[in-house]
Design a protein around this ligand. Structure first.
Ligand code: C5P
Length: 208
């Protein structure tokens, strides 16, 4: 049986960094499922296709290649916004969830992070973590990241954006963001990434 670690949570909660650390620690393959939504959105934007046509978006989603996903070409704010818009469409979710489930079966084990991994994609995951932090802390982390990259940032605009993304991800009818009943909650508001990793490792070691 393949071991699967499901990591869910809102934008900028630290799940990306945490997932990569965990995958490295256990020698598991990692899939950042947000990239599958971003890649679909970018393909639509690049082709000049509408973001509100479910049949067209679903077809794009079926063509997404997991092997070529790279956050550095998918990180633009406009792509994230477009991704969260098409992520409400059942046809898009069906296609991407199918690819994500196939990935989760790879050996020797997998780490998947996203919004609906513990609830929909991998309901039988070996360990489920729900990683969160207050909207203020998440906005501040994103702000610091942008400033550290040498660009100008507006904290208030980022804060509004974080709240808007939460509302869209938690409020949608298909696969809303919420902790699975059997997920371990990890609030990283007052934790360093290293402390969060140690807490996650303790939970995972107890379950493996
Ligand atoms: O995690 P990231 O910000 O890259 O994800 C972009 C968008 O993709 C999210 O705001 C969310 O709407 C959507 N998403 C999703 N389900 C996932 C992963 C991402 O709906 N499992």
């Amino acid at each position: 049986m393949t071991l699967t670690i499901a990591i869910d949570g809102p934008a900028a909660a630290g799940k990306g960094t945490l997932s990569r650390r965990i995958a490295e620690e256990y020698g598991f393959q990692h899939l950042d499922t947000g990239l599958t939504y971003r890649a679909t959105a970018k393909a639509l934007l690049d082709a000049g296709l509408p973001l509100d046509d479910e049949a067209v978006a679903g077809k794009m989603a079926r063509n997404v290649e997991l092997a070529g996903l790279d956050r550095s070409v998918l990180s633009a704010h406009a792509i994230g916004e477009a991704a969260s818009k098409i992520a409400v469409m059942p046809a898009v979710r069906r296609a991407l969830v199918e690819a994500q489930r196939a990935f989760s079966q790879r050996g020797p084990g997998t780490v998947l992070d996203g919004r609906d991994i513990g609830t929909v994609v991998c309901p039988d995951a070996t360990v489920k973590l729900y990683v969160t932090a207050s909207p203020e802390v998440r906005a501040k982390r994103r702000y610091d990241e942008i400033v550290a990259g040498g660009a100008a940032a507006d904290y208030d605009a980022i804060f509004e954006d974080v709240k808007k993304r939460d509302e869209r991800d938690m409020g949608r009818a298909d696969s809303p963001l919420r902790p699975a009943a059997d997920a371990h909650l990890l609030d990283t508001s007052e934790m360093s990434i290293e402390a969060a990793f140690q807490a996650a490792k303790t939970l995972i070691d107890a379950a493996l």
